[in-house]
Design a protein around this ligand. Structure first.
Ligand code: AMP
Length: 125
């Protein structure tokens, strides 16, 4: 079910539990500001999620409340994950769903990195 991105942060969400080490993830990168791991249901040959370590519901929440250090750290982590996986030359796609119309399902900000094939049009038609 898509979530309502205007609700307060719920720290029982799946990604909060991954951050606390209560659930496993296939980690690809971690630093002070971000954790990156493989999506459990990949939609492309390579499908990585990058999440901030802080408690933010969505891109909207993060861009409004996130500290400058957290925002810079997170954006740099996304770029670094893509670079370290050799994605810049072939290309990749970033996606962050916010709220109901986008079908955001997990209420902790996550940026999807899709790569490994021609990704086709931006939106399903
Ligand atoms: P979104 O629709 O943008 O909220 O995307 C949520 C993503 O989280 C989906 O692509 C799911 O496959 C993925 N996902 C859900 N649970 C897990 C999990 N435990 N580990 C890794 N990815 C997950």
């Amino acid at each position: 079910m898509p979530i309502d991105a205007t609700l307060p942060y719920d720290d029982s969400n799946i990604f909060a539990r991954i951050l606390r080490g209560e659930l496993p993830s296939k980690t690809v990168y971690e630093d002070e500001f971000a954790l990156a791991f493989h999506d459990i249901n990949p939609q492309a040959p390579l499908h990585i999620l990058v999440i901030p370590k802080g408690a933010y519901v969505s891109w909207d929440d993060f861009s409004e409340r996130g500290g400058d250090d957290e925002i810079a750290g997170f954006v740099r982590a996304v770029g670094r994950v893509a670079r370290e996986n050799g994605l810049v030359a072939p290309g990749y796609r970033l996606l962050a769903n916010v709220g109901f119309d986008s079908h955001q399902e997990v209420p902790h900000l996550h940026v999807h990195i899709f790569a490994g094939q021609q990704l086709g049009p931006m939106l399903a038609r």
